[in-house]
Design a protein around this ligand. Structure first.
Ligand code: COA
Length: 179
């Protein structure tokens, strides 16, 4: 069964081995890793940065699990309050665990948490135009395409177009939770 929980610094060794094993699989879909990204210290640093964003209220970084095995990550980022009440969602699942509904289930769980626990109004996600698997994951979760952004993100070393998707809180207008 797919579950998600907050990432911890203790997850760094498992994340390092997963990212190393999936390096070739993930590289075409991700920004260039920071120097030292494929070392244990680099992974620990990356988790600490995520957790400091969590402490500031701008990020919610999760690991995705199948049983007690970490198989990927999913993060709500750039949480913006005020009149926007919106954030981004980004995720990956290890290649060996693809095609079993894990990403679809993980996105469903963070969407529920974003709307019900955080009281956000909107979730946004962007995919490369040829990332049909990710687009499928979003559509299955009720995201709709609202734009095509030219040269939107620097992925795999070059500025690449993205298809932009959003999902609005199905409960309708939310009260702002904080200014
Ligand atoms: C995209 C990704 C998260 C999907 O993870 P996943 O756990 O395999 O996703 P799910 O199993 O929930 O659903 C994917 C669905 O898309 C389908 N799909 C995959 N590639 C596809 C393609 N090229 N065309 C059409 N459908 C495709 C799958 O077959 C599956 O549908 P099915 O259940 O009917 O077989 C994973 O491949 C990944 O991590 N990719 C690299 C990183 C990435 O792209 N992250 C997202 C950035 S926006």
């Amino acid at each position: 069964m797919t579950t998600i929980r907050l990432v911890t610094v203790g997850d760094a060794p498992a994340l390092l081995s997963l990212r190393t094993a999936n390096r070739a699989f993930l590289t075409p879909w991700e920004p260039d890793p920071p120097p030292g990204g494929f070392t244990l210290n680099g992974q620990r640093e990356a988790v600490r940065r995520l957790l400091s964003g969590y402490a500031e209220g701008t990020l919610i970084p999760h690991v995705i699990l199948d049983g007690d095995r970490i198989i990927g990550r999913i993060t709500l980022s750039n949480i913006i309050r005020g009149p926007f009440q919106s954030c981004f969602v980004g995720y990956w699942v290890a290649q060996a665990d693809n095609g079993r509904g894990h990403a679809t289930a993980a996105v469903a769980r963070v969407a529920e948490s974003a709307f019900e626990d955080l009281g956000l109004h909107r979730l946004e996600a962007g995919t490369l135009p040829h990332n049909k698997g990710s687009q499928e994951v979003l559509r299955r979760n009720g995201f709709t395409q609202f734009g095509h952004a030219p040269r939107y993100l620097r992925i795999a070393g070059r500025w690449q177009d993205h298809i932009l998707f959003q999902k609005l809180n199905p409960a309708g207008d939310q009260d702002a939770q904080s200014a």
